[in-house]
Design a protein around this ligand. Sequence first.
Ligand code: ARG
Length: 469
Amino acid sequence: GEGVVRRDRFSGGPARSFLSSLAADERIFEADLEVDRAHTVMLAEQGIIEDDVAGQILTALDAIEVDGHGSLPDGEDVHEAIETAVIERIGEEGGKMHTARSRNDEVAACIRYRLREDVLEAIETTLALRESLVDVAEAHAETIMPGYTHLQPAQPTTVAHWALSYEGAVRRDTKRLLEAYGRINESPLGGAAFAGTTFDIDRERTAELLGFEGVPASSARGSSAEQRSAVVVENSMDASSSRDFLLETTQALSTHATTLSGLAEDLIIFANRGFVEISDDYSSTSSIMPQKKNPDTLELVRAVAGDAAGAVQGLTTTLKGLPRAYNIDLQRATTHAWETVDAVTDASEVAAGAVATADWNEEILAAEAGEGFSTATGVADLLAANGLPFRTAHELVAIAAENGADYDAIDAAAREVLGEPLESVVDPGAVEDALDPVESVASRDSQGGPAPDAVASQLEAARDALETD
Ligand code: ARG
């Protein structure tokens, strides 16, 4: 038949393996079978192919699924190989499966179908990480620790406040991935090569059969009572040639990886200072230095951000300037997304586990919370609250910082800057409180601040968001 002629004509040549995506297509083997089934059912329902032929095709697809991707005949890609396998099983009639479609709309449907599942898994890991962070925050609402800017001791804070700072960022990462999911979840099937088809196909029907329903249920809560309906990428040229869904998904994953890298870096530094002990499950030792315990998993989490950023760059560069409609450059674009979703999902899962099992050393944290005169800002705030211009208070405390950073130093600075003793400006007891890291944290109860009360409402919001996302 014609199919055989076509395959023979293009079956050889030194570029054969360069051209083929069959091995990489293992990732979309199951997806392709689902897409084939949906398309076959629709063709029969529309009277485009005979019911008995459709039945034979569906039976062949089931058998091909059992045999697995590894048993497929050779082919340029999984779409061609599955079609060949169907024809091998049921004869020429199997060739009717490819009526009214092209591999171009087919592959776009397969990628979306599979990526949808992978992105949901990635989203799950962000939820698990948020849960770990919220649990740490709940357990350590009063565990004070040093806070840093420029990695220099800055102001005392709490472990809970630190943990929730990452929870907030990961919460946005979840949202970005959910939004990307909504746009992945649209059906390009029926776009054909790019130019539509003469056959009376039903694109809504294949979209429905494949569950392409746009935004996920949790984000469409307002309309949850309504029947969810199929979403089709309308324009057939757009449907078979656009890959912006790959780009935005990879970008959202890259953003999450960047969040993870900061979290990992903090934990690596905190472990180095004895603030936290990373569980043995998330550490490695040295093959030569017997005493070593290294935060290897967190270093790898940190590095995944590099892979993901590289993938965004590779994908963007591949897509840039591609003309309409389909070009096979797109075959190499897809792999960037697979690699990224795998690496970032793993990293997110490992980060969640490392956070959940880390042991915070409250004594060391308390002892270090005031390091580097980190209560200085609180003292300046106190002086300003007692009538001094903040800039004058800042200057006064800066002088004290050079000369011992205690009550006496502040008093000496007051006499120098103001010409009067400290106690004439402010109650000495209040100064002692401001110098105490615990009191310092407790007094910073502005919205979103580290005081346990302020953290309690952040914690509640974080738990609520976990419920709804
Ligand atoms: N394997 C191709 C891809 O990944 C799909 C097939 C389209 N090939 C073609 N020559 N039009 O995009």
